[in-house]
Design a protein around this ligand. Structure first.
Ligand SMILES: [Zn+2]
Ligand SMILES: [Zn+2]
Length: 374
């Protein structure tokens, strides 16, 4: 097999958006077909792949999940292996996550464990969300693992470090789009129109009270409107306005509550300003909630191995659709240190590639510990 670093470069060159990972899927299937096939079962699902490594004396199935998609970002890394797909980039490390999966898979294809292993190559993590439909697929129900593990690269930690915690790791997230439609008109005849710039402004201001007045201060939430568009010209009253934002909460209950309050406020605006309103929540991701027993065991295992440092981190308001797997399958996600000054989703993100081998070595040890009985 090619060195893992070269595989990562190949994947980095061909970033694709969610459910369009055609070349990526082809690349993965071609490479997997060069592995020893005796113990492998390969299934495709949409643009994703399931690979089962049959155990020699199985009692359970242990899964590793990787995401596959890139982002609509113009790459500015200066890499000689930069994206060949204009305007698309692997800026969230999913090229590294896939490479780790391939490193593990090639090893366990040669030397299967007692237990079954399941490798899940999941499309569309960045949107519209592949985890939930993949989890609900018939294939997944048949292959259903008893335990699941995933990692995400972390620019802020040094190579040779992982960070993890029991319980909540990532927030519940929802996109938010609100369209307001009133009546346009001449700027000098406001009494004959319904001005959607004024309505949208009131709504943005009112929504600031949701987190400050409706959410328990000990249960954090964020409501951010990141973009407003409306109107056509400086002397025309705006007929339409659109707000675009995101909601983040530390509990599914707080997410429900925030949405109920947004709906009530939007309803009020629609009466108060005599306009039509439509709310669209776009992509919604469930929290990543690490199962405490397995997480603690993993942290202790890593500390004992002593090859990688373990940091106990705090939860973050970022989102990951891996949370849908964790809703049904006990397991955890951890951060893998890749030490780079630019954050996730940045056009200059350059993860240190040595982190790949650290992750592969660590997970070979961990899966062997979990999946072999002697
Ligand atoms: Zn991302
Ligand atoms: Zn990501």
């Amino acid at each position: 097999m090619k060195p893992l670093i070269e595989i990562r470069k190949d994947l980095h060159r061909i970033p694709e958006l969610g459910f369009q990972e055609f070349k990526t899927q082809r690349y993965l299937l071609d490479l997997i077909s060069t592995f020893k096939q005796d113990n492998l079962e390969v299934h495709t699902w949409e643009t994703g792949i399931f690979v089962k490594v049959k155990g020699t004396n199985p009692e359970k199935t242990i899964a590793y999940r990787t995401d596959m998609d890139g982002l609509p970002i113009f790459e500015e890394t200066g890499y000689e292996f930069s994206s060949t797909h204009d305007g698309l980039m692997h800026a969230c490390g999913h090229d590294l996550h896939m490479t780790v999966a391939l490193g593990l898979l090639s090893r366990f294809a040669e030397e299967p464990l007692d237990d079954h292993l399941l490798f899940i190559f999941q499309p569309a993590e960045e949107g519209p969300g592949g985890a939930l439909p993949m989890r609900e697929s018939e294939l997944f129900q048949q292959l259903k693992p008893d335990q699941i593990t995933a990692l995400h690269i972390a620019p802020e930690y040094p190579v040779g470090t992982i960070a993890v915690k029991e319980g909540l790791l990532f927030a519940n997230t929802s996109e938010l789009f609100i369209d307001l439609t009133g009546k346009g008109g001449h700027a000098a005849y406001p009494h004959l129109s319904n001005d959607m710039v004024v309505a949208a402004s009131h709504l943005v201001t009112q929504m600031q009270s949701i987190v400050s007045r409706n959410i328990d201060p000990l249960d954090s939430a964020v409501v951010t409107i990141g973009k407003i568009t409306g109107g056509t010209k400086q002397n025309i009253i705006a007929e339409k306005a659109r707000l675009e934002g995101t909601i983040r909460t530390l509990s599914p209950e707080a997410m429900e509550k925030v949405k109920k309050r947004i709906e009530a406020l939007v309803e009020g605006i629609s009466h108060g300003f005599n306009c039509e309103t439509v709310i669209d929540y776009g992509s919604n991701y469930r929290q990543v909630d690490n199962e405490p027993g397995l997480t603690k065991e993993f942290m202790e295992f890593v500390r004992q191995q002593g090859t990688v440092n373990v940091i106990e981190c705090k939860e973050a308001m970022t989102g990951e659709d891996y949370g849908y797997f964790l809703e049904k399958i006990p397991g955890f996600m951890f951060w893998l240190g890749v030490d780079t000054p630019f954050g996730l989703h940045h056009s200059k993100l350059k993860p240190q590639e040595e982190a790949i081998q650290h992750a592969v070595d660590l997970l070979i040890q961990y899966f062997t510990f979990k999946g072999n009985r002697n």
